[in-house]
Design a protein around this ligand. Structure first.
Ligand code: PSU
Ligand code: MN
Length: 307
């Protein structure tokens, strides 16, 4: 018995050792409203195919861990109500109980690793929340980056987070945080929030090489590749800053805690920017999918196993 079920498309690609890019599903169920969420998920998969790799969207459906979803499964998930948000802590319980859940960055990394997929593209990872010194709210995504050997392409950590604290924790955990093609750490909707990234790389080839080097060194854990949102799509940080502050204050007023915090903030910022944050979010995910496919191709070529 294998613990995961690949879709026919993913099974073929894995068997032939073709480049595959993993995709998360929490961004679909908890990160964006219907129907833009489905449109985004379908377009992201298409962009990966156009760039020479196979997309593998990951989710738990009725207790089965799916690596790659069929068109129908994706459509159902995007419209489903009350889907669980699964991180490392909840995944096995959901599967044991026959439940349905969307995978966060952490849970998607676990599944990708199991399936032998080295690259995963998403929007933004979770991190250290503002006020974490009181709430202790630090995403399990950071721990997972320290444990699972998967390169995660994101537009940085979501700017709703405390970025300097997130960088500190990543450093403590030994996770390389790499800005792609610039010195500044990308800040999700904005290309920069004024923080320098610890590392920089300028090509997909270098990123793939560094991942294989980590493996050769016997280092567990992955790499965080922070890919800036394209200039044409960004919302500058000076515009986002007061909006993020307002949304964060509203989350506090409404007593948001735990898993509910991130989805609440994203929804509130969507309202406060009159939808502009969503347009930017979709653009940055597509941009990350493109880079993810390129890295997957390079990994394939460098590993010498590629067909
Ligand atoms: N990126 C997005 N939208 C999202 C998320 C990331 O553009 O909704 C999700 C990811 O699944 C990430 C999760 O792992 O938010 C982080 O949640 P938390 O802060 O509760 O760990
Ligand atoms: Mn949290």
């Amino acid at each position: 018995m294998t613990i995961f079920t690949p879709s026919p498309e993913v099974a073929t690609a894995l068997e032939a050792k073709k480049p595959v890019v993993a995709l998360e599903s929490t961004i679909i169920t908890h990160g964006m409203p219907w129907p833009q969420n489905l449109e985004m998920a379908q377009n992201v998969e298409e962009v990966i195919r156009e760039n020479g790799a196979t997309p593998a969207t990951i989710a738990v459906i009725n207790g089965t861990l799916h690596v790659g979803l069929t068109t129908e499964q994706l459509e159902q998930l995007a419209q489903a109500k009350g889907v669980a948000k699964l991180s490392r802590a909840d995944m096995a319980v959901c599967m044991a109980q026959g439940g349905t859940g969307a995978t966060t960055v952490a849970a998607t990394m676990i599944a990708a690793r199991l399936a032998g997929i080295g690259v995963f593209a998403t929007g933004g990872i979770g991190g250290v929340h503002k006020g974490a010194e009181h709430s202790f709210d630090i995403s399990a995504d950071l721990q997972e980056l320290a444990q699972s050997q998967v390169t995660v392409v994101a537009a940085g950590a979501k700017a709703i987070l405390d970025l300097p604290k997130t960088l500190e924790v990543l450093e403590t955990l030994g996770v390389p945080t790499v800005a792609f093609g610039q010195d500044a750490l990308p800040a999700f909707w904005s290309r920069s929030a004024g923080h320098k990234a610890p590392l920089r790389m300028d090509s997909a080839g270098e990123i793939a090489k560094a991942q294989l080097m980590r493996q050769a060194l016997g280092l567990p854990g992955g790499q965080l590749i922070a890919n800036p949102i394209p200039e044409a799509d960004e919302i500058p940080h000076d515009i986002m800053e007061p909006i993020i502050a307002r949304a964060t204050a509203d989350a506090e007023t409404h007593g948001m805690r735990g898993k509910a915090v991130t989805p609440y903030l994203l929804q509130r910022i969507f309202e406060l920017t009159e939808g502009r944050s969503l347009t930017a979010n979709i653009a940055l995910v597509l941009n990350n999918a493109r880079l993810g496919a390129e890295i997957a191709r390079e990994l394939c070529a460098l590993s010498g196993e590629c067909t």
